[in-house]
Design a protein around this ligand. Structure first.
Ligand SMILES: *[C@@H]1O[C@H](CO)[C@@H](O)[C@H](O)[C@H]1NC(C)=O
Ligand SMILES: *[C@@H]1O[C@H](CO)[C@@H](O)[C@H](O)[C@H]1NC(C)=O
Ligand SMILES: *[C@@H]1O[C@H](CO)[C@@H](O)[C@H](O)[C@H]1NC(C)=O
Length: 389
């Protein structure tokens, strides 16, 4: 029996069907177009070929990214100076205490940056980690129950403001573990503001929570990245990647800010459990959990890839690794578990042609993405990319 639609509903149905087919056509065009450019979604190896030279130059806006033959060796001193472009203030006034309103300086010889990666599971690196003068950890990464692999000391815990609210907002047991219990507590906490730079004028709600916890836990020093330092971090991202963070619809990870803090505070930095940018393409069969303490089903490489191939937010984990590799060339930084081969610590920008960068450039340059409307579609299609692959 045929269904009889009331006339009004029939109209709506037809309209819906029409819109639906339009959307289908648009998406087919998008993916067909994306597929044609070849290697757009492929590994960064594609980007290193000759053909990408044009892209490379657009990447930075200056001509530091030249073809291999013309590439100049990077002056290490210039590299170091680049961190001080904002003048000494950016470094000296980089951190501030929540109570007392005074700037803070951390000083350590050897630092351990302990990542939260599942790469650390089964390494037995705990003792080596604890032997560093300062041990830096991130967000809610626990030591309890994982001492063997990640160590038990925490000197500084770097936490993003959004995570700070989520982690410590209403979990007294975890507050106790991180700020009170002598065998698991941190000496200091340093909050970064993810993508905010106007903390002075419009402090987010997490600011008040940090002040409250600072008052109730006098044995822990509560500090923050200053607004100037947040601006500096954004400038540095532009300097390193050629991308304006807000326009690229991304924000830097807690790892990025932990590196900044460590480079300001430590003579030597040992990083534990961090993979290099194209590790996942080189080890396609290795399944490692994203967090050593998290659910096993969330695989590190799959998560990194999904984050890098969408144009609509999230962290650029793979691109950040390429930048860290560059920093390691100019600073005293070593990567353990896995041990980074020397070829990953290089001064050039070739590692920056990550899946995100290639996609981003394609979105900028594609003929029909010049029209704002199509650009919008292209950006949103990034949302679906992890679902269809
Ligand atoms: C911190 O001190 C500076 C000057 O030293 C002042 O301008 C600022 O308002 C103070 N901030 C707070 C939260 O007290
Ligand atoms: C502190 O943490 C240790 C190690 O996790 C645990 O054995 C101990 O019971 C805790 N102490 C208190 C008072 O909760
Ligand atoms: C601070 O640490 C001291 C010594 O380690 C301890 O005696 C005191 O109870 C701690 N205070 C708080 C509020 O946890």
């Amino acid at each position: 029996m045929a269904i009889r639609w009331p006339p009004r509903n029939r109209c709506l149905f037809l309209l819906f069907a029409l819109l639906n087919s339009l959307a289908c056509i648009v998406f087919m065009m998008l993916f067909f177009d994306a597929g044609k450019s070849g290697g757009l979604f492929e590994s960064s190896a594609e980007g290193l070929s000759e053909g990408s030279d044009k892209n490379s130059r657009q990447l930075t806006g200056d001509n530091r990214m030249l073809s291999p033959a013309r590439r100049q060796p990077v002056n290490r001193q210039n590299e170091k100076d680049s961190f001080r472009r904002k003048g000494p203030d950016a470094v000296l006034k980089g951190y501030q205490n929540f109570l007392g309103n005074k700037s803070v300086k951390f000083q350590c010889n050897q630092c351990a940056i302990v990542t939260s990666s599942g790469q650390l599971l089964g390494t037995g690196a705990g003792r080596e980690i604890d032997s560093n003068d300062c041990v830096l950890r991130m967000n809610n990464a626990p030591t309890k129950g994982h001492e063997e692999d990640v160590g038990s000391r925490t000197t500084i815990r770097v936490v993003g403001h959004i995570n700070f609210g989520r982690i410590f907002g209403d979990d007294p047991a975890f507050v106790e573990e991180i700020f009170v219990n002598a065998s698991t507590k941190t000496d200091s906490v340093v909050i970064h503001w993810s993508y905010l730079t106007d903390i002075d004028t419009r402090p987010p709600k997490e600011y008040a929570l940090a002040v409250k916890l600072a008052q109730t836990h006098p044995n822990v020093s509560f500090n923050m990245f200053t607004p100037q330092k947040m601006v500096y971090a954004e400038d540095l991202f532009l300097h390193e990647t050629g991308l304006i963070r807000s326009r690229a619809k991304t924000w830097m990870s807690t790892g990025w800010y932990t590196f900044l803090l460590a480079m300001d505070s430590c003579k030597q930095i040992n990083v534990y459990g961090m993979i290099w940018g194209d590790y996942c393409t080189e080890h396609p069969d290795k399944e490692v959990p994203y967090h050593y303490y998290g659910p096993a089903f969330k695989a590190e490489c799959r998560y990194y890839h999904a984050s890098e191939t969408r144009l609509t937010g999230g962290h650029l984990f793979i691109m950040e690794k390429a930048v860290f590799g560059r920093w390691a060339y100019a600073h005293n930084i070593r990567f353990h578990y896995p041990l980074w081969p020397a070829r990953k610590l290089r001064p050039d920008h070739s590692g920056l042609l990550t899946p995100f960068m290639l996609r981003y450039q394609a979105a900028q340059n594609r003929l029909f993405s010049k029209l704002a409307f199509w650009k919008l579609f292209f950006h949103f299609s990034g949302l679906f990319y992890p679902l269809v692959h």
